[in-house]
Ligand binder design. Sequence first.
Ligand code: THG
Length: 266
Amino acid sequence: MFQVIGERINTSRKKVQAAVAEQDANYIQADVARQIDAGADFIDVNAGARIGHEKADMQWLLDVIVPIATVPICLDSPDPAILEMAYAMVDKPPMINSISLEKERFDTMLPFLKGKTCKIIALCMDDAGMPASSDAIVTRAEKLVSALDDVGFKQADIYIDPLVQPISTDITKGNMVLDAVRQIKARLPDVHITGGLSNISYGLPERKIINRTFVTLMMAAGMDAAIIDPLDPRIMATIRTADMLLGNDDFCMRYLKAVRAGLIKS
Ligand code: THG
């Protein structure tokens, strides 16, 4: 079954940034509750946007969110020190977002992860930057899975993020990531494949139709989790329908239930 990582608690969003600045705990808790009601399997928490405040903002957000979150939290930071603090604050095994092959981050995160109980998002990024070919994505995914295996991670707890890149400046970027996802799925069948979707449509108008169509293609290729806004009813309807069509919904039960709840309309 496809897993939804709710992306809304991110200080790059104006309302969330304002709520954090004003310490409006009610706003944050209500948003988290709505995401869970809408079907979020994880709540992503990213406090990176207020420069110099990331540690304090992450700490405040977790103080407010942990007591009311009935699903695990996805701790989203590029800074291993912040992830370490955040890991100590949660009450159920979290998802950690993320490790990459960038040397500093990799060398700090790997010993930290050893023996930890959590899920991990592994970005196909290294010190050379974004991958330039599907082979580069696959090679990086294999390196990450091998390193995580060495510190005790099962494939089923690893979520590879192949890094979606804008199609507006390079028309091959859609097929590049789709080919990579198919290859990762073939070589590492038990790992999950996730990521943000909205980079695909960067620089183009009517971005949501691009993102929705793209998630369908990515699901056909093997993506089984995504960082999205679960309060967007159209992308949620697309995902539920595609998940059924891909065979992940016995007797179409969840599809039928969602239709009866008014969540899916032609
Ligand atoms: N991979 C991984 N983690 C990630 C990303 C990824 N974490 C952050 C990001 N990408 C995914 N999260 C968000 C959160 C919010 C928004 C987009 C991605 C968002 N964007 C609005 C928009 O695009 O229109 C603008 C913000 C606003 O509302 O002001 O809401 O790729 N592993």
